[in-house]
Write a protein that binds this ligand. Structure first.
Ligand code: CTP
Length: 367
């Protein structure tokens, strides 16, 4: 049997980038041979194994054949007869289809190195079309390597459009979409993810109402230049959605709470953020409560940050400093004095509220 390093590790090493995960392909071996050598089988769908010591992933070379719509319908052959070239041929991009043998030699039948040099994201073969997740992957790679001047090859874009026309994107599983979307949000240029999806017509299927020339996309690129927080990036990018649209999208893709909650807060309370300096103490305390700031301070900071990015994008007011002062005034009330009164139940809550209101009113009077 022969073992080759493949995929992202070879690609990133050639790009001079750090390699986090190593994937290997094994040619000329059977499942039994792998098990005998102590590898642990993990793949549900394909014969994939973990190395007994390094825990790296070793997959038997395979060819795949699509038998149904969407992501689920696959048939595969991973017999010891499958060659390295055949395995590389079924991969998504030429830059992901370079193998490296144990002595360091590159095996690159589909000219991935040339595409790396030319900065092109190009599909290897028509087998690309067998996996619709690849549309999202390509958009994500574009987001990741935009700063290195990579772009999607025209012929790949055409193929992606054909896949969208065939209804492949409608058949994508929610979890897969979210996984790629979330990863794209963590890349250097997350806005590129949406541009690529738009250019292959997938965006209107995946995210109706998302406007790639709108405030959301500008705010997203601003957010990405300022912070790595994926939840802030997510929230500002969907800022123009109304509450119903946001809810539908978050439910459809089972977006985790930390993302969806921040988005909802931003949509609901951005106008309060804008008018914060004109609001009464009662209204300000209501906003603080709605944001649940006394229990969720870190999220409040993210809310302010997201509002700042939107405000900057729209050339509107930055009221973060003021809202933070309001919060601190309400938070730093003398709780010992309140407890010392030995009140019960609602009376305590009422006194806390009145004391907070008085503190905010004092602050307003001082300005
Ligand atoms: N691959 C593919 N089609 C997919 C998923 C993966 O062709 N839908 C192939 C590609 O050759 C890819 C390799 O499997 O390089 C490993 O996949 P994965 O670990 O998901 O991605 P990486 O390319 O390693 O990229 P990342 O840095 O994002 O992990």
């Amino acid at each position: 049997m022969k073992v080759y390093l493949v995929g992202g590790a070879v690609r990133d090493q050639l790009l001079g980038l750090p390699v986090s995960e190593k994937d290997w392909v094994v040619v000329g071996a059977s499942v039994d041979e792998m098990l005998k050598k102590g590898y642990r089988q993990v793949g549900k769908d394909f014969p994939v194994f973990l190395h007994p010591k390094t825990n790296d992933e070793y997959a038997l070379a395979r060819v795949e054949r699509k038998v149904g719509l969407g992501y689920t319908g696959f048939d595969f052959d991973a017999s010891p007869k499958v060659t390295l070239e055949e395995d590389l041929l079924r991969r998504d991009l030429t830059i992901n289809a370079i193998a490296q043998s144990e002595d360091g030699t590159l095996i690159d039948p589909y000219h991935g190195k040339e595409d790396l040099d030319k900065k092109i994201l190009r599909h290897v073969s028509l087998a690309f079309a067998e996996d619709p997740v690849r549309i999202l992957r390509i958009a994500r790679f574009a987001a990741r390597y935009k700063n290195l001047s990579f772009h999607v090859a025209d012929e790949t874009l055409i193929l992606m459009r054909q896949m969208v026309n065939m209804g492949e994107v409608n058949a994508l599983v929610a979890e897969r979409v979210w996984k790629e979307w979330e990863r794209a949000l963590q890349e250097k240029n997350p806005e590129e993810f949406f541009f690529v999806l738009e250019s292959c017509n997938a965006l209107s299927v995946l995210l109706p109402n998302f406007d790639v020339s709108g405030v959301g996309i500008k705010a997203l690129s601003r957010a990405a230049s300022l912070s790595a927080d994926a939840d802030v990036r997510f929230a500002v990018s969907l800022f123009t959605f109304n509450l119903d649209q946001a809810k539908i999208i978050c439910e459809r893709y089972r977006v985790p709470n930390n993302y969806s909650e921040l988005l909802m807060l931003l949509i609901k309370h951005y106008q309060d953020y804008q008018s914060a300096k004109k609001l009464s103490a009662i209204h300000l305390l209501e906003v603080l409560k709605a944001v649940d700031v006394f229990r969720r301070e870190a999220r409040f900071k993210k809310f302010l940050f997201a509002c700042e990015i939107i405000a900057e994008t729209l050339s509107e007011l930055n009221n973060s400093e003021w809202l933070n002062q309001v919060y601190l005034a309400a938070k730093n009330i003398d709780m010992k004095a309140i407890t010392a009164k030995n009140l019960q139940g609602n009376d305590i809550a009422d006194l806390i509220k009145q004391t907070r209101l008085a503190a905010i009113e004092n602050l307003i009077d001082d300005v």
